[in-house]
Design a protein around this ligand. Sequence first.
Ligand SMILES: [Zn+2]
Ligand SMILES: [Zn+2]
Length: 466
Amino acid sequence: MTSSWKTRLGGLLLIFSSMAASGHGGHAGPGEGTPPKQPYFKGIRGDYRADEARWWKGNTHTHTWWSDGDSPPETAAAWYREHGYQFLVLSDHNRMQAGAIARGNLALHYTQWYPIEDEARAAALAIYREHFGPDWVEERVVDGVTQVRLKALDEFRGLFEAPGEFTFVPGEEITDRFESHPIHVNAVNIQDPIAPRGGETPTAIIQNTLNAVLDHGLSSGREVLAHLNHPNFRYALTVEDLVPLRYRTGEGFFELYNGHHGVENYGDGEHPGIERMWDILLAKRIAEGDGTIPYGIANDDAHRFTTWRVGKDSNPGRGWVMVRARRLTPDSIVAAMKRGDFYASTGVTLGRLERGGDTLALAVDPEPGVDYTIEFIGTRRGAELGAHPREPAPDGRASQRYDDAIGVVLKTVRGTEARYVARGDELYVRARVTSTQPHPNPFRAGDVTMAWTQPLVVAAPQGRTP
Ligand SMILES: [Zn+2]
Ligand SMILES: [Zn+2]
């Protein structure tokens, strides 16, 4: 947390100013000698003084025993810490790992004893005991059932966090519904839990939730963001629900890849995949709306840390974001994401990424023996953007049909470096990298590793701000 180093730095300044006030150094005459400087704060690491931005790997969507994950939060955090991530958002449904739920405008804190009532939970408890030890794991037996006390973020964060190495970013999956359709929004770097806001329509529910998170950012002084989760989960949301949402660029985020096996990332005959939904959104918001766009996120939505099955378990390690920031603090990470200074990945790492002016350029950090294809995808001005009804009408909710001129490949490069200079007739352009490397634990069998940049908005209509 920023507060800890700020507090330490504040302490340092206080000590220096009290030294000055007591005349230390100033009145020592010749020959009296000057005591050596005291080595205060040897423990502060150079990372905090680094002015160079670097890339930090993180996952913004994870579940634990605090809601419907299969493991205690320490087990989930250990997995990410051990697998090269630098930040992690534990995002349980409608609660925070501080043991807090929202009641109106209050955060209600509580203690939760988690019952070990089946074999899966017993297996997770065995892993928890093995890795964290009997001194750490708190158990009791009530009516013959073992219960485990869930620890709060502030209790366990010290096991994992280190400056420049790993930090938690507090979060929650604000879990709402429209009729029977799930509408989930992750709130990232919040201080207190936020209750679902409800609404008359899917659009209103998302808007009310987004507004609540942005208001929380204003009232708490924190850098916060909200991302819309798995729009195709039970085909709850359509493109038409999302086009009218009101937010500024940097306030709206969209999961373009979610690692949970049940979320229909790729759509079906009646529903567009979520990457295509993103293109339709970008084109319509830039050409017909106020020009503001949602940034694209990949994450795990991990629930399962004890069983590992492609297509059956929502395991960690499937999708993540790489964020370019100077410091590994929640505020710094979130501020960089709000600037769009990040990309989404399922395994491809970029060594270089430039997005600005009329140019989008990138270089892959290649793995030996792997080939890469870089595609620049966009929509040109003048593309047909109208929505057409599906016939026959689908049973449930489904986006309308849109023209194939939305989200076309504008340029393809086979290799590890590519640059796109806008001609000027594009609404936006974004890059997608596809490798020949099979994903080690894919969303769907056969997936290869990929990466997606944020869009470069090219053509801002007269009088509108991109
Ligand atoms: Zn969800
Ligand atoms: Zn989730």
